[in-house]
Design a protein around this ligand. Structure first.
Ligand code: SF4
Ligand code: SF4
Length: 138
């Protein structure tokens, strides 16, 4: 028996990240890094994984995280955007298609009240949404 489709499987969602908008990068919170994120970004920066962890990450309940606050914004944010764009952590790659954001229409609407890219641009294929949900899991 097939599972009941999620609401977003029945309604097309549109999203397009907006030029010169860094709102999600400036939002205080934590960014989770899994082992693959650490390996990829440390390699890109030309430092060892140990050096990368020591320089940027702390431990939170068994996870490696980067803490971002109003006082300490993401260290990878540059005036031109993400300085590690091609290798950025999965949490950033997949925003705003996180499970918690897609739980209900209402949660997606709340994301849209914050992120100006929601409801803009082309329809995002279901295959892409499912892929994004699969690659970032806590
Ligand atoms: S808040 Fe939305 S539009 Fe702005 S940078 Fe983040 S994903 Fe892009
Ligand atoms: S890693 Fe890049 S995309 Fe993620 S919060 Fe920092 S600047 Fe933004």
């Amino acid at each position: 028996m097939s599972a009941t489709p999620e609401w977003w499987e029945k309604e097309p969602l549109r999203f397009e990240c907006q030029a010169d908008c860094f709102k999600c990068c400036l939002k205080p919170g934590v960014i989770y890094f899994d082992g693959e994120d650490i390996r990829r970004i440390a390699g890109h920066l030309g430092v060892s994984q140990k050096e990368f962890k020591a320089a940027y990450l702390t431990r939170d309940d068994g996870h490696y995280v980067l803490e971002v606050s109003d006082r300490d914004p993401c260290p990878f944010l540059t005036p031109g955007g993400c300085g590690v764009h091609d290798v950025k952590p999965k949490q950033c790659q997949t925003y705003p298609f996180w499970r918690e954001n897609l739980d209900y229409r209402s949660t997606w609407k709340l994301v849209g009240a914050f992120c100006p890219g929601v409801d803009k641009g082309p329809m995002v294929p279901l295959k892409t949404i499912k892929h994004l949900l699969d690659i970032f899991r806590l």
